[in-house]
Design a protein around this ligand. Structure first.
Ligand SMILES: Nc1ncnc2c1ncn2[C@@H]1O[C@H](COP(=O)(O)OP(=O)(O)OP(=O)(O)O)[C@@H](O)[C@H]1O
Ligand SMILES: [Mg+2]
Length: 237
């Protein structure tokens, strides 16, 4: 069974249609990269899948066989879907450590033991070459662009979702940070062999550090005008 099966997904805001009948699937244990130019609807796809209330969505999206389109974002998260944001929010008063512990606990029956949580957090921060002080800082407050992106990957490492959608995780990273983030992505997948990862980007360079199973190119606007329907072309690499 596919981990995520999206069929005829259309999405828009008020009267504006942004995505038209997108269909694709993610197999367990694969990394898929979707590339496309600015404004081609990549974040709209990510946000619609995660259940952002701003978008009017039709079609189906099945997470491990269950349609999630009617669910709220937090319910989708509990079912194992994760989205890293292109523009992560700053939250004053909530430390990284507290935020992550609550996020981990929200998806467990019994709260994680504090010692176990600290061990896991330290291990994952080390993997991403993050300074330990970050755990006690307010979430994303004063973080550089690259640090915010690492924070998103740290969250993914801590939550180990079934399907992770990474929206422009590579933008704004220097080469070292990009390599560390890609190591983080590879490690989380090694630890969770059934996990599927959808990487959304408009940079080719992530392909140098990440070895995806599939690579899809979103057609540009000109192509879309010529095409009867806009679609993702899926091709093996
Ligand atoms: N809240 C909104 N109100 C109006 N238009 C919107 C809104 N959100 C998205 N759009 C429009 O939908 C189109 C797709 O936007 P989206 O953010 O999905 O693109 P993207 O592929 O993620 O671009 P980028 O590569 O710049 O991140 C754009 O033309 C954008 O202006
Ligand atoms: Mg975007």
């Amino acid at each position: 069974m596919n981990t995520l099966q999206v069929q005829n997904l259309s999405a828009g805001i008020e009267e504006k249609q942004i995505l038209k009948e997108i269909s694709f699937s993610l197999s367990p244990g694969t990394i898929t990269v979707i590339m496309g130019p600015n404004g081609s609807g990549k974040s709209t796809l990510a946000n619609s899948l995660m259940g952002h209330p701003q978008y009017k969505v039709s079609g189906t999206a099945q997470l491990e066989g269950e349609d999630i389109i009617s669910l709220e974002a937090d319910e989708r998260s509990k079912k194992g879907l994760f989205l890293s944001f292109q523009y992560p929010a700053e939250i004053e008063g909530v430390t990284v450590s507290n935020f992550l512990r609550q996020a981990v606990n929200a998806r467990r029956e019994k709260p994680i033991r504090v010692s176990e949580f600290k061990r896991l957090l330290a291990q994952n921060m080390e993997l991403l070459h993050m300074d330990h002080d970050f755990a006690n800082r307010y979430l994303n407050k004063g973080f550089s662009g690259g640090e915010k992106k690492k924070m998103e990957i740290l969250q993914m490492l801590m939550l180990a979702p079934t399907v992770a959608i990474l929206d422009e995780t590579d933008s704004g990273l220097d080469v070292d940070a990009l390599r560390q983030v890609c190591e983080g992505i590879t490690t989380v997948k090694e630890r969770n062999p059934q996990m599927s990862i959808l990487v959304i980007t408009h940079y080719q360079r992530i392909l140098e550090y990440l070895n995806p199973d599939y690579h899809a190119q979103r057609r540009d606007r000109k192509d879309r005008r010529q095409a009867a329907r806009s679609r993702y072309r899926r091709e093996g690499v």
